[in-house]
Design a protein around this ligand. Structure first.
Ligand SMILES: [Zn+2]
Length: 431
């Protein structure tokens, strides 16, 4: 048994970490939340290389001789968390829409490098990007996978697709000025199919598009559809043909319902999801990614954050309805996944979303954890390898001191992170 201080002194330098991954590690903890809604008291989890090779109560699991033992006494062990809606290339006060006038892909790459480490340190070992210009999220994904920089497993989107004048466009300026959109601005089924093919060609793992107006955009009502039914069908058809799932930004109304009927995997935000949409989502198994933290904070803290007055007004106008509608969707049995819409200062605070799911959706702490682990893994299609602490799965694990089933806010303070069998964060308190 190697002394623990060897483990704790491991610097976050990629070559050493990967070398360590061939060894055997056994983790003890106060409890294990598996990710499927069940738990084990006083568990042992054995990890060989990057995979989990045994899980069970301490009395039933043998610690292999020579294994490094990590004793997380007083801690709750869980699967690595998933954030299904991030914008990893965005940072504090980058100017919102106007960043396209001031910044380049190089800015986004540096911001993403900073944000990727913050996200991983917060216990989020997998993220799904929701739109990045210049395919910067693809580049960052590949850099993380090559071990060049620390970060979560990134499912990249590339640019999101949106209509002229819509939420992904930059509006309110003179027609004499050419301003690029914050996404790829394409209209009509043929142009949309072409852009989906381009996204796939340049590395997108999923396709993101804008089905209705948004909060952080000018000149578009949050509920207004922004693509025709034929355009949405062409988009999903092309993406599906190329083996990509589709995520649709949609707040409510006819645009949200049309996106569901077109066959998207998930509705992002869903602020004003109505009964017709709830029925359709349940029938089709469409996920809802409610991005609670960002919309709550635009209302409560938008001025300090420098959010434009127009956006604060939009978010405030729908805030009360949004809480009611999302809770209704949750209670009705729509499938939920965790997403923060991490932009600006939310990177690294992703774990605060769990408390919002309990407070606003009315989820139990256990269900909130399932939403942020196994449900989200299933939405991504990686549930065979990730999302729960089960024998055979990849060892992406996190731990917090105390019991999050009693205090969900603890999930915003992750002290231990393992990714693929390698400890990437371990506070001095871990013994
Ligand atoms: Zn977003």
């Amino acid at each position: 048994m190697r002394p623990l201080h060897v483990l704790l002194s491991v610097a976050v330098a990629a070559p050493q970490l990967f070398a360590q991954a061939s060894s055997v590690t056994a983790i003890r903890a106060a409890r294990l939340i598996i990710g499927d809604g069940s738990q084990i008291e006083s568990p042992i989890v054995v990890i060989t290389g990057e995979r989990i090779t045994a899980v069970g109560p301490a009395a039933q699991v043998r610690v292999p001789s020579g294994a490094t033992v990590i004793d997380l006494a007083g801690y709750t062990l869980m699967p690595g968390f998933f954030d299904m809606h991030t914008h990893i290339t965005s940072i504090d006060n980058d100017g919102g829409d106007l960043s396209v006038l001031k910044e380049t892909a190089a800015h986004g790459a540096i911001y993403a490098t900073i944000n990727a480490k913050k996200t991983l340190d917060a216990g989020f070992t997998t993220i799904r990007e929701a739109g990045a210009t210049d395919y910067v999220d693809v580049v960052v994904r590949d850099a993380v996978n090559r071990g060049l920089i620390p970060g979560p497993r990134i499912h990249a989107a590339g640019p999101s697709l949106g209509s002229t004048g819509g939420h992904a466009d930059v509006n309110g300026w003179s027609p004499n000025i050419m301003i690029p959109g914050t996404g790829a601005i394409v209209d009509g089924p043929d142009a949309i199919r072409h852009q989906v093919r381009k996204n796939v060609k340049y590395g997108s793992d999923q396709i993101k598009f804008v089905a209705t107006g948004g909060i952080l955009s000018v000149g578009d009502a949050v509920n207004a559809p922004q693509y025709g039914d034929d355009e949405m069908k062409a988009l999903v058809d092309e993406a599906t043909r190329l083996g990509r799932r589709v995520m649709a930004h949609a707040h409510g109304g006819a645009g949200l319902l049309a996106a569901v009927n077109a066959g998207v995997a998930s509705i992002e935000h869903g602020s004003l999801v109505d009964d017709a949409a709830i029925t359709a989502m349940k029938a089709r198994g469409t996920y809802l990614v409610p991005t609670l933290i960002i919309l709550e904070e635009i209302v409560t803290d938008g001025v300090r954050k420098g959010v434009p007055a127009n956006s604060i007004a939009k978010a405030t106008a729908i805030a009360a309805d949004r809480r009611v509608r999302l809770r209704q969707a949750y209670r009705s049995g729509v499938k939920f996944a965790l997403g923060t819409d991490a932009t600006s200062d939310i990177h690294g605070r992703n774990g605060e979303e769990f408390k919002y799911m309990v407070d606003i959706l009315g989820a139990t702490p256990m269900d909130a954890i399932t939403i942020g682990t196994m449900n989200s893994a299933t939405l991504l299609g990686v549930e065979k390898d990730f999302g729960s602490v089960t024998t055979g799965k990849v060892a992406d694990l996190v731990a917090v001191q105390g019991n999050p089933l009693q205090d969900i806010a603890l999930l915003a303070h992750v002290q231990f992170v393992m990714k693929g069998g390698v400890v990437v964060k371990s506070s001095a308190a871990v013994r």
